[in-house]
Design a protein around this ligand. Structure first.
Ligand code: ASP
Length: 318
């Protein structure tokens, strides 16, 4: 009897990792979360921001839209929110500028687009998508990417748009001590047609050098999507994620070793990266709607929304 009840409960209560479609999973970064310094008000703001992003992406999926559209919609909401390190809330470089990186990938065709080191594009994820769909290239950087985005009619802003007081103060703090801080936003989705997509957008790491590019715009490191394996978006100390080709390694473990999403993502984040002190986490999702959100930091802003349309968000290890 008890067994039957438990089985019934497991069937009706959707839990993290349960296989349902359409499904959208997002993250809002893993690097700056300290339970001790979080106030209830601030935590609520983060939770609200994540829920808003989940609802925007879910609306797209629910009306039969593509996972690419859902990923872009969810990330744009996070880019426009000053709390997250992407778009409006981007961190500062060592010399006090905001240089943004982003990428997106279509799991159906393995088409991909990325931009890096841009300073005037309001929504970098949309620029990455424009590179994918409206150029012959996969990656564009700096002035060339900005010129391309301008020509494509994307929203251009003055660099001062990205100035926020809390990020400025974070830079001042880090100029006095060497404490690497990161944060990023990302989304992975599977749509009603069973197609996967992934996207990632970031201001990078506070106090980074002028011209430094992290893993977020690098396909196979910070972002990857292939219908035959998984969609992945990463957040963390980018240099490690590039060297360990994190996103494609997870996909390879699923594809060639037949591992589950959970096992593959855990293996890379909690074993391989942890062993070398590479801090961060990922969200990973397969075409059936199985997903995992492992991280080896104190917390990772994250959330998911399935066919029931109820957003679920988490910050720490709960
Ligand atoms: N991975 C990003 C980078 O290294 C930062 C982050 O995820 O927070 O640029």
């Amino acid at each position: 009897m008890t067994r039957l009840l438990i089985t019934l409960l497991l069937v009706v209560i959707p839990v993290a990792g349960s296989a349902e479609t359409p499904m959208l999973v997002i993250h809002g970064g893993a690097g700056t979360i300290r339970r001790g310094s979080m106030t209830p008000e601030r935590e609520k703001q983060y939770r609200d921001g994540l829920e808003q992003s989940l609802r925007a992406g879910h609306a797209v999926l629910q009306r039969g839209g593509s996972s690419l559209d859902a990923v872009e919609a969810a990330i744009r909401v996070l880019e426009d929110n000053p709390l997250f390190n992407a778009g409006k809330g981007a961190v500062f470089t060592h010399d006090g500028r905001n240089e943004l990186d982003a990428s997106i990938m279509d799991g159906r065709t393995r088409a991909a687009g990325a931009i890096a080191g841009v300073t005037i594009i309001r929504n970098p994820i949309t620029a990455a998508r424009a590179v994918m769909e409206r150029s012959e290239h996969v990656m564009m950087v700096g002035k060339g990417a900005e010129l391309f985005a301008t020509k494509m009619g994307l929203e251009i802003v003055d660099p001062s748009y990205f100035w926020t007081e809390h990020r400025w103060k974070a830079l001042q703090r880090e100029l006095t001590k060497d404490d690497k801080k990161f944060g990023t936003v990302g989304a992975v989705a599977v749509d009603k047609a069973g197609n996967l997509a992934a996207g990632t957008s970031t201001g990078g790491m506070t106090n980074k050098q002028y011209g430094r590019v992290g893993d977020a715009p690098i396909i196979g490191a910070g972002t990857f999507a292939d219908n035959e394996s998984v969609a992945v978006s990463a957040t963390g100390h980018g240099e490690y994620f590039i060297r360990w080709t994190v996103a494609s390694d997870i996909a390879a473990l699923v594809k060639y070793r037949g591992m589950t999403v959970q096992a593959a993502a855990d293996e890379v984040i909690n074993k391989k990266l942890k062993a070398v002190k590479g801090e961060g986490g990922v969200i990973a999702l397969d075409a059936k709607g199985n997903f995992a959100t492992p991280f080896n930091t104190e917390g990772m802003y994250r959330g998911w929304i399935g066919p029931d349309g109820v957003p679920r968000v988490s910050i720490y290890g709960e």
